[in-house]
Design a protein around this ligand. Structure first.
Ligand code: SAH
Ligand code: SF4
Ligand code: F3S
Length: 446
């Protein structure tokens, strides 16, 4: 057996791709290891959404190439993911000992790529590059199941790749290419396979899941896909990410009335509370429209828990614009949010707006204010859960205490409560006794 070490940065798409890479390489005798120095093949699956995650690649590669240099057996080092797609050949030129660079579209071909790149002599290098984008007709999704899904409570299932939007800040359309919807039949086969492995929570993933199927004649819509997945025996919970507010249609909102296994949580990235900023981001919705979608969702599912993403300091963001973001945060009462300072990305349309750049100090101050207010809101919402009883799907034991288990509510709140490993995979009723910024504490299940 050869050993493969895969480091994953970035979003759920990369987590999913890493699972596929590991499944595919399993056919060639590679088994996963958690110790990088033991590996015959080291892969780093990279993210370039902002500058910071992109920088992680370089320190990681320093370590990986040192291992390659110091072993007396051949070690292959590969870069995958969004930085691989973005930088391609430049990475091979900068790191002469690097063996392989392949983009997200090349994941289904990883077996051939690795065998082409693998040298027999310790320390030798061949340098293979594959950053071709495949078109809609030729793109094929890998069907092998992530071996790690065995024994897991939840699993991702990709329903589309790429993104056809052009949000002006975003690198994803460059790194992931055109949107391709995966045939619904294939999606359902994967869901059934995962359920057979013991998985009971399915998270459908894509960069813009609400546009699923729209460009394929005869394909299900995203809402129809939700109904179809809900019908698969053994699927207890359905989640999905990411949704674009512009494409959040009334049929998907209706699904919250009809499908009990569709969880009461939605991550709906708003980016900004200012319609002017949203226009410059080319998000194609207004503040008012976003609030209407939220109201319709709450009407359909009164206990829905909302989370979001914010970008602060987008070029031209005024104090008044930022105040609109702050008031939107309060108006919606997001249970949690990810917030980031705008980070200019290579080749993106927003670079043209940089003459109106917000100073890093001001952006930082805004970010701190936003995050502070978010923590207060999260704490208040979670504290208000005390005294309620919630259904928790148990995921595992706590990292700090083996007599404490953790799991999530339908609304995606993390709950810690007394229990043991045999509860994993079960849904139990837990009385909540306290709520904190990031989690709830419960008593032993009823
Ligand atoms: N497809 C998803 C977003 C994927 S990227 C959507 O459309 O909502 C995840 C988050 O990263 C985005 O929601 C955004 O808040 C943030 N992000 C993306 N590009 C960024 C940039 N250039 N600077 C700062 N944050 C960025
Ligand atoms: Fe990026 Fe916009 Fe596509 Fe999301 S929808 S991946 S933010 S271009
Ligand atoms: Fe990062 Fe690529 Fe995902 S840029 S956020 S890994 S799509």
């Amino acid at each position: 057996m050869k050993k493969v070490f895969i480091q994953t940065f970035g979003c759920q798409m990369n987590v999913y791709d890493t699972g596929k890479i590991s499944a595919l390489l399993g056919h060639d005798g590679y088994e996963p290891t958690r110790v990088m120095a033991d590996a015959d093949l080291i892969i780093v699956n990279t993210c370039s959404i902002r500058e910071k995650p992109e920088l992680k690649l370089h320190s990681f590669l320093g370590d990986a190439l040192k291992i390659k240099r110091n072993q007396d057996r051949p070690v292959t080092v590969a870069v995958a993911g969004c930085v691989a797609q973005q930088e391609g050949d430049k990475l091979l030129k900068r790191y002469r000992e690097l063996d392989l660079v392949f983009g997200p579209d090349a994941v289904p071909r990883v077996r051939d790529l690795v065998s082409a790149a693998r040298s027999e002599a310790p320390g030798a290098t061949r340098q293979v590059l594959d950053t071709k984008f495949l078109d809609l007709e030729t793109y094929a999704f890998a069907s092998d199941l992530d071996p790690a899904s065995k024994g897991q409570v939840g699993s991702f299932v990709t329903i589309q790749k790429g993104c056809d939007n052009k949000c002006t800040f975003c690198i994803v359309p460059t790194t992931r290419g055109k949107e391709v919807s995966r045939p619904s039949e294939e999606i359902l086969v994967e869901v059934r396979g995962l359920v057979a492995n013991g998985v009971c929570e399915i998270t459908l993933i894509g960069q813009n899941v609400n546009s699923y199927g729209l460009k394929v004649p005869g394909e299900l819509t995203f809402a129809q896909l939700l109904y179809a997945v809900a019908e698969v025996q053994g699927v207890e919970r359905i989640r999905y990410t990411t949704s674009h507010p512009r494409d959040m249609g009334s049929d998907v909102i209706q699904a919250y009335r009809d499908i009990p296994s569709l969880t009461s949580h939605l991550h709906l990235p708003v980016q900004s509370g200012s319609t002017g900023v949203l226009r410059r981001m080319k998000r194609f919705y207004t503040r008012e429209r976003y609030l209407e979608v939220v109201a319709a969702l709450r009407d359909a599912r009164p206990d829905i828990v909302l989370s979001t993403d914010f970008i602060v300091g987008f070029p031209g963001e005024t104090d008044a614009d930022f105040e609109e973001t702050m008031t939107l945060l309060d108006a919606v009462g997001f249970a949690s949010s990810f917030s980031f300072k705008y980070s200019p990305r290579p080749g993106t349309p927003a670079l043209k707006l940089l003459k109106d750049e917000v100073s890093p100090e001001l952006a930082q101050a805004r970010l701190m204010r936003l995050q502070e207010r978010q923590r207060e809101i999260s704490r208040e919402l979670n504290a208000a859960m005390a005294g309620k009883t919630v259904d928790v799907l148990v995921e595992g034991t706590s990292r700090y205490d083996e007599s404490v288990v953790c799991g999530r509510t339908s609304g995606f709140q993390m709950v810690n409560f007394p229990g043991s490993l045999d509860l994993v995979g079960q849904t139990v009723s837990v009385p909540i006794i306290a709520g904190f910024t990031n989690s709830l504490r419960g008593e032993a299940p009823l």
